[in-house]
Design a protein around this ligand. Structure first.
Ligand code: FE2
Length: 381
């Protein structure tokens, strides 16, 4: 809940969050009240071909007798995608009392979207926005398979409306997952590159929300912890996968909690337009442009990120409490994991600048963006 009415503090984290290695094998303990429900399990498509992970999921939810499993292969999902999935599900003519969704941010968005629309016959596009409906949704349990988006606890299901050219959330407390089970052991994977790209999403959430004008002591502490844990996790990931993933998962939670109570900035705003018009994935936008946001913000006024940089220096993440050290670290991480930046041409930049400038998200930035600022931001040499 953002402090939009000048409250000194407003807190709302209603999803119950549990984190532990091999936690899923104990799901029965956490989901007792749902065990007799007819359950729809939405899994990320990659799990279909990964026998170990699929068996782990099947074993974990064996205690739920009535269940249907479906797979999602859509990234940056559109309303058309959501409608297609709904159609396939409704063909099975079952009444679901629970949705368990296992996957990355896009699959979790699909799961949350289905919780709203499975039993709804109206125009789905009209639900996009804030509190556009008040009917009951199906309870959702989230299990992130990769960490960074924070979708596992947000009261929002994000979709692209292709006709209106809008990417935005169905935002309502009724969309908020009931329980989030985090099992870093389940998320172990050799695809470090993808894990790092996703963790950049979380760094955007923490670093950009840190300087938001609607932030407060709580969001700043969460942002600093989030940023620290994610960077610490990235540092140790290759030597100690499980410990590294635990840190990234924890940091990712703190980062999204900060963001939920404040706002992100130019990287967050731009990633919406980049997905909408050029199909770039959200987390990859974060990895490509976050360093530009840090450079720009600290060049406007070094005090905006000062406390965060000092915290990272004290935690021995960077050597000096300066923006250039953090930028250097992010670039080094991208080089190590072979993550290449999105490069836009002049025409694309010119097209995007006014669209980004008009985004409401930037109203809570610590400074006002000029067109030149946004052009500079989008230019990745
Ligand atoms: Fe994000």
């Amino acid at each position: 809940m953002k402090s939009l009415n000048n409250e000194n503090l407003s807190l709302n984290i209603s999803t119950k969050i549990y984190m532990k290695n091999r936690l899923l094998l104990e799901s029965k303990e956490y989901l007792k009240v749902f065990k007799n429900q007819n359950c729809l399990i939405v899994l990320d498509d990659y799990i279909k071909n990964n026998k170990n992970k699929l068996n782990y999921i099947k074993k974990s939810f064996k205690f739920i007798k009535k269940k249907t499993i479906i797979f999602n292969d859509k990234f940056e999902p559109t309303f058309t995608n959501l409608k297609e999935i709904k159609k396939n599900i409704n063909n099975k003519k079952k009444k679901y009392g629970l949705i368990i969704v296992v996957g990355g941010g896009s699959t979790i968005d699909i799961g949350k979207g289905l919780s709203v629309i499975i039993n709804y016959n109206g125009n789905i596009e009209k639900l996009q926005g804030v509190n556009k409906f008040n009917f009951n949704t199906i309870p959702v349990i989230t299990i992130p398979s990769i960490f960074g988006s924070g979708a596992e606890i947000t009261p929002s299901a994000v979709f692209i409306n292709e006709k209106k050219k809008v990417k935005g959330g169905i935002n309502s407390e009724l969309v908020q997952p009931k329980i989030c089970l985090i099992d870093p052991y389940f998320s172990l994977s050799n695809d470090y590159k993808q894990q790092i790209i996703c963790s950049f999403d979380s760094l955007v959430h923490s670093i950009e929300s840190f300087s938001s004008t609607i932030g407060n002591n709580f969001t700043k502490q969460m942002a600093m912890l989030g940023c620290y844990y994610v960077l610490q996790g990235i540092k140790i990931l290759k030597n100690n996968d499980l410990e590294g993933l635990n840190k990234i998962a924890e940091g990712s939670l703190y980062s999204i909690i900060s963001l939920l109570h404040s706002e992100q900035n130019i990287t967050g705003a731009s990633s919406y337009q980049l997905a909408l018009y050029f199909g770039y994935k959200h987390a990859h936008c974060g990895a490509s442009f976050l360093h530009k946001s840090i450079e720009l913000t600290s060049s406007k006024n070094s005090k905006f990120l000062k406390e965060l940089l000092l915290f990272l220096k004290n935690k021995k993440i960077i050597n000096r409490p300066v923006a250039s050290d953090l930028v250097k670290l992010l670039k080094k991480i991208k080089k190590t994991f072979k993550i290449s930046d999105i490069k836009l041409n002049e025409k694309e930049i010119k097209f995007l600048v006014p669209k980004i400038k008009n985004m409401k998200m930037l109203d809570f930035s610590p400074f006002k963006y000029s067109k030149n600022d946004i052009s500079y931001f989008l230019k990745n040499e």
